[in-house]
Design a protein. Structure first.
Length: 601
């Protein structure tokens, strides 16, 4: 039943044209679900799916007062069978324009950048891959990390994508070492959508650079990744940022990690903040969950590029890249060559070899089968024998929760807050939904009851001793960000929450100052993006009536684990999740597919 408490209906009722209201309601609902537009061919067939008696599609074209064509200033824009709110259509158009400008700028600078890189050939060759090639496929043998680093330094806009353990941050470390050799005064900005992801970016970068010369390590230590909002200059109460058109970022290179979490408006504003000399590199896993807000930018860009053959390199570029790879077995082959296809031709590199998940490892096999939609393969693995790396519980027994939760005793008994935090972050229960008997709130309460029954915690106050909390909203005054995890301890009779600080130290804030936080024995899979744990218990709801259950959600949850996963889901839920795929309506793939160059790029 739809009532005026339905926000989508409240929006629709703002328009006096009765024929427009069903479309306004649907479009508002689509935006809430992460779509950018409403595809007209996907309109509901049944009137009972709508709060209005009919869906007069044939009369939409006649509502010229409200519905315009591209370039017009009307509340709604209709283009190629896609209905947008005007500002979302403008975001898409702006993104395409800015991408074309960046690609053209990269073309103009290519030869001078190639010359600088060629002058550092010895250094670059020393950064080449050295791992054993035995048992690897032809695709996995290519030194994709070096290819990606050189590609990003050549072009003005590039994407480096890859699954867990493929070395995205290692590639970034190599990229920066080469950059500092070629351009000693280069200004670098590192960012991620969340504070937690930004901190992980810094930690991973420092680990990857352990064998670099001291002066390079010092340059890297001087970098301080921030949230995207902070990088762009968040302004309280405003939708615009300090940096944008006319006031670009003061950086020669901007790198954004966990790019799959970037929504459409934020990406448009990021592009606007990049000046004529700024190179922009996106790092991320194209198969992960998209942003919570509207749009799935990384996936859309990679999808459009894949359809246009943009993963191939022009022969002259492939030859140039191969010139730095001394081992012929690791070079690009004829398979990776092709004519320029689409706007992003040769500007997306996918890292293919996972150093975390062995080719035949259980987690690696499972994650590949999930994202490929191979439900029968997943179900066969579920019916097979358990292993230390992977176990299924399709009977959905409650005992599995109690067994896993025993691991939380380690952090509770640890006296050192920093070590306690590290132990807490070695394992996590991940859930798909917030509400319901198998949702976030119920699972957290269930875990509290288990721990209290074992006399490990004593609940009863908001910030009881050893309560783990996750920050749910950026707090710039306290220097805390959405996704930061802390634990509650007592110091001098005062209740404080301890968090890991940048560089691996410890910091604390008064518990009373935290107004936006939740208990975090369990967290949603969406919230876990940008995090890794040694052990994961994936706890899915029963039934097949939860639209959020998709292969992307399952893949993201499984790949948060470094060492072991327990997948706790009824058989029907597991199969349903693998068979469902996120299909967010967006014009980016279509508009990039229809793109024609205004100049040679």
């Amino acid at each position: 039943m739809h009532t005026l408490t339905d926000v989508h209906m409240m929006f629709a009722e703002c328009f006096p044209e009765s024929d427009l209201r069903p479309f306004a309601w649907l479009l508002s609902k689509c935006l809430e679900e992460g779509h950018v537009c409403l595809r007209m061919e996907e309109l509901p067939e049944r009137s009972e799916d709508l709060p209005y008696p009919s869906l007069p599609a044939d009369r939409l074209q006649g509502l010229r007062q409200w519905v315009g064509q591209p370039g017009e200033r009307k509340p709604f824009i209709l283009e190629e069978g896609r209905l947008y709110l005007q500002r979302y259509h403008a975001y898409e158009a702006r993104i395409l324009q800015r991408l074309e400008e960046l690609v053209e700028a990269g073309r103009r600078h290519r030869m001078e950048r190639w010359a600088r890189l060629e002058a550092q050939a010895g250094l670059i060759q020393s950064l080449g891959a050295t791992h054993d090639l035995g048992g690897l496929s032809a695709e996995e043998r290519v030194d994709w990390q070096l290819v990606a680093a050189l590609n990003a330094l050549t072009d003005q806009f590039s994407i480096i994508t890859g699954g867990p353990g493929t070395g995205k941050t290692t590639t970034l470390a190599k990229l920066l070492r080469i950059l500092f050799a070629c351009e000693p005064q280069a200004r670098v900005a590192l960012a991620a959508p969340t504070g937690k992801a930004a901190m992980r970016m810094l930690e991973s970068l420092q680990r990857s650079a352990q064998d670099f010369p001291l002066e390079v390590r010092r340059r890297l230590e001087a970098l301080h990744p921030s949230t995207l909002h902070r990088l762009l200059g968040w302004q309280k109460g405003q939708v615009s940022f300090q940096h944008g058109v006319g006031r670009p970022l003061d950086a020669d290179l901007v790198v954004v990690d966990e790019a799959s979490m970037i929504d459409l408006p934020l990406f448009a504003k990021l592009l606007d903040a990049c000046g004529p000399q700024t190179r922009l590199v996106l790092l991320g896993d194209k198969d992960q969950l998209a942003s919570v807000e509207a749009g799935s930018l990384l996936g859309d860009l990679c999808l459009a590029a894949d359809a246009a053959g943009s993963y191939a390199f022009e022969s002259v570029k492939a030859d140039w890249l191969n010139g730095f790879i001394t081992d012929p077995a690791r070079q690009l082959t004829d398979v990776h060559r092709g004519p320029a296809g689409g706007l992003l031709a040769g500007r997306i590199v996918e890292l293919r070899l996972s150093h975390r998940f062995r080719a035949q490892g259980e987690i690696g096999r499972l994650s590949r089968a999930i994202i490929a939609g191979q439900a029968d393969v997943v179900m066969a693995m579920a019916d097979g024998p358990a292993s230390p790396e992977l176990r299924f519980d399709t009977q959905a027994s409650e005992a599995a929760l109690g067994e896993f939760v025993e691991g939380y005793a380690d952090y509770i008994r640890e006296q050192d807050p920093l070590l306690a935090l590290k132990k807490l972050n070695q394992l996590r229960v991940l859930v798909a939904v917030k509400e319901g008997p198998r949702g976030l709130h119920a699972v957290n309460r269930g875990i509290e009851q288990i721990l209290q029954s074992q006399r490990l915690i004593l609940t009863g106050t908001d910030f009881y001793l050893n309560r783990p909390v996750i920050v749910t909203r950026n707090n710039y005054e306290l220097g805390l960000f959405n996704g930061d995890v802390g634990i509650t301890r007592q110091e001098g009779g005062r209740c404080r929450v301890y968090f890991e600080a940048e560089g691996g130290g410890l910091r604390h804030v008064a518990a009373a100052s935290l107004s936006h936080c939740e208990t975090v024995y369990a967290m949603t899979i969406h919230k876990s993006q940008g995090s890794e744990f040694d052990r994961v218990l994936l706890w899915l709801p029963e039934g097949t009536d939860t639209p959020i259950l998709t292969r992307e959600l399952l893949y993201t949850g499984v790949t948060r684990a470094r060492a072991s996963v327990v997948l706790h889901a009824p058989t029907e839920t597991l199969r349903y999740s693998v068979e469902q795929q996120v299909r967010r309506a967006s014009g980016i793939p279509d508009r990039l597919g229809a793109w024609r160059p205004t100049s040679h790029v």
